[in-house]
Each structure stands twice: as structure tokens, then as C-alpha cells.
Design a protein around this ligand. Structure first.
Ligand code: ATP
Length: 343
């Protein structure tokens, strides 16, 4: 059985259609990221699932039970759904153990449940500390452990890493994903950060203007985006104009390229990821305009003879001088979309 099923869920605030017939299914014990730009409706979707927002149309089911829909509205405390807030609001005057046990019913198993949750969250031995005696990452895990301790079916996380600095964020993301997986909970994470969505989630649901435009495993969303907008939003994309030249081929400023999917004829937009391109130095008609060094790789901006600009991601810092002549080759088949399909 699926943990959450949203079918045709709509919600308007006055003239703003925040959710427009959203269909989204969360398989049990998976982590799904809802990825979309600011204002697309991510938080509204989360609040609707939690019960803090009443929906105008559609149905939301948790573990098969309708919690919102025509004539149905279950309040948040009866949904077995919990939200981990954006800013971790730990109780500063309570110990770590008391924070984690806050929502756990009093009874014989309470202490055991708290100890198990501290262990699961990598906080064993820290139960007697006060929140201010913990690192930022540990505080984040206490907030998560507190949300998980009552045993919710579904955990909702709203941009939980927004306040962390970049170095810490990466480490904590993988820790949090690990704790969520170990707990067996079904999680829905809302983010506008594509790297976060792709690296943490089992499936990514891309949202635009209140609509889920694509939902699938991270590699599908990246390699087979549903449209040009998704291609541009998830990862970097070079877009070149092209014309289909027979089955599986397209003519572009880079020559005739192999195609993995797209229209069978006519003008198209060709999507080429920066890592699909190769540069050969010392000859050719393209020019290196700029290069940005990131340690593990380097992103080079080149201009083709016709003026088209392309980003090329190279694995190491090859000494390609700015202003030098290069040949640009596409190493893999490319995706195409009907021309000017950008939204
Ligand atoms: P962000 O990433 O910036 O948090 P979001 O994708 O979470 O954005 P929502 O907060 O769901 O977006 O908002 C969706 C739309 O609904 C926005 O246009 C927003 O201004 C509007 N909206 C949200 N809540 C309300 C409200 N209570 N009253 C009026 N408009 C609202």
C-alpha cells in the first residue's frame, strides 16, 4: 500500500492557484523530494498533507485512509503525519532526551523508545545534554529524532537545511537521509535546491506553478526531463537550435548528432548537458571565453563560430587558456524537444 496518495488536489488563495490538480503518490518507506522554484506551491502541498491547509478539491489518503476530500477533513493530530520545521525549534530548557520524548506517550516503553531513537539518530550518550551544548548538525538530528519518536507514518520536511552553511549542509543531508531510511518512515522533503533533491531522494517530483510536471527517480528526471523547462531547472543545460535529419539524427551547430528521444521531424531545441561535451585544444573554430575551477572539475565557457555559447564540464583542470581555439564534440546522444517549448 502507498503511504500517501494525492489525487487531483487543488488549493487557491484568492486569485493564486497554489495547487492545481496535484497527483502525487509516495510509496511506503521512500524519500521523495518535491523540487520547484519559489512560489510554485511546495509548502502548500506539505501543509495540505499535514492538515494545516484545507483543500478545495481532490483527495488525500494516508495509508489508504482518506484524510482530506469531499466531506472529509481529519485534523493534523489524527493523521500520523509530522512536519519537521524549517528552523529547528528545540526546547532550550529541556535535555536532548526530553526533547526527543516530547511527543511520546507516557508508559512503560517510553524510555526504551527514546533510547532507541537517540541511537537511530546517532545521538547515543547525548541524552543528558542541553541543546546549546550540541553542534548545529547534532541539533538538526535531535529535531528529526523528536519528529520520528512518536512513530509517524509520514514525515514532512520543509527546506530543513536552509539555515546551515554549505560545508555542514552536505554532511547533514546524507546523515538525515540515513536516519529517515533507518526509521522506515515515508518522507516528503520540500526544496528548491536541485542538488539536494537529486542526492537525497529516492524519487524527485518536479513542481511548477502548482502542478507536478514530472515524478521519477533522480537519474530519470536528470537524463530524461519531461520538457525543456525541467531540463533547464534540474541541472545545467545547453540549448541549441536544431533540425531533425532522419531517424535518430539532428543537425546542429556542433554537426549532426545522435538523438535519444524527441520529435520525429522539424525544428527542435537540442539539450546538451555540460558533461556530455568534449574539448580538444589547439585547433578548431570555437573559442574559450571563460573557465571556472571547482577543484573536482572545471566548467569552461566556449563560443562557437556562429556565436552560440556552451558550457563544458571537464573532469580535471586541463590547461585550456582563455582566448584559445578549441574543437567542441558531443560525446553522447542528445535529447530534443519541439522548438521553443520553453515555458
Ligand atoms: P517558497 O519556496 O518560496 O517557500 P513554495 O513553493 O513553498 O515557495 P507556497 O508557499 O506553497 O510556495 O506558495 C504558493 C503560492 O501561494 C504563492 O504564490 C504564495 O504567495 C501563495 N500563498 C501561500 N500561502 C498563502 C496564504 N496563506 N495566503 C495567500 N497566498 C498564499
Amino acid at each position: 500500500m502507498n503511504a500517501v496518495e494525492c489525487a487531483g488536489v487543488s488549493k487557491a488563495f484568492g486569485p493564486v492557484q497554489a495547487l492545481d490538480a496535484v497527483d502525487l503518490t509516495l510509496a511506503t518507506s521512500t524519500l521523495t523530494a518535491v523540487l520547484g522554484p519559489s512560489g510554485c506551491g511546495k509548502t502548500t502541498l506539505l501543509r495540505a498533507v499535514a492538515g494545516f491547509e484545507r483543500i478545495d478539491a481532490g483527495t488525500i489518503r494516508v495509508s489508504g485512509q482518506a484524510v482530506a476530500g469531499p466531506g472529509v477533513y481529519l485534523p493534523p493530530e489524527r493523521r500520523r503525519v509530522t512536519i519537521v520545521p524549517q528552523e529547528q525549534a528545540l526546547f532550550p530548557h529541556l535535555t536532548v532526551a526530553a526533547n526527543v520524548g516530547y511527543g511520546v506517550r507516557r508508559g512503560a516503553d517510553r524510555d526504551r523508545a527514546i533510547t532507541a531513537m537517540l541511537e537511530l539518530a546517532g545521538l547515543a550518550g547525548l541524552g543528558d545534554r542541553m541543546p546549546h551544548e550540541l553542534s548545529g548538525g547534532q541539533q538538526q538530528r535531535v529535531a528529526l529524532a523528536r519528529a520520528l519518536a512518536p512513530g509517524p507514518t509520514v514525515v514532512l520536511l520543509d527546506e530543513p537545511f536552509g539555515s546551515l552553511d554549505a560545508a555542514l549542509r552536505d554532511e547533514i543531508r546524507s546523515e538525515v537521509a540515513g536516519v529517515l531510511r533507518a526509521s522506515g518512515a515515508t518522507s516528503l522533503l520540500v526544496t528548491h535546491d536541485q542538488e539536494e533533491a537529486l542526492s537525497m531522494a529516492d524519487t524527485v517530483a518536479v513542481m511548477r506553478s502548482g502542478v507536478i510536471v514530472q515524478h521519477g527517480p533522480p537519474q530519470d528526471v536528470y537524463r530524461r526531463p519531461a520538457d525543456l523547462w525541467v531540463a533547464n531547472f534540474v541541472g545545467r543545460a545547453n540549448v541549441l537550435p536544431g533540425r531533425v535529419a532522419g531517424a535518430g539524427r539532428v543537425e546542429t551547430a556542433l554537426g549532426t548528432l545522435d538523438v535519444v528521444g524527441g520529435p520525429a521531424a522539424g525544428k527542435v531545441d537540442v539539450v546538451i548537458r555540460p558533461e556530455q561535451l568534449r574539448l580538444d585544444a589547439g585547433a578548431g573554430t570555437a573559442t574559450v571565453e571563460d573557465r571556472r575551477y571547482f577543484g573536482h572539475d572545471v566548467v569552461v565557457e566556449v563560443v562557437l563560430a556562429g556565436g552560440e555559447r556552451l558550457l563544458v564540464r571537464l573532469p580535471s583542470a586541463d590547461p585550456l587558456p582563455v582566448g584559445g581555439a578549441v574543437t567542441v564534440t558531443c560525446r553522447e546522444p542528445v535529447l530534443t524537444f519541439p522548438a521553443a517549448s520553453a515555458v
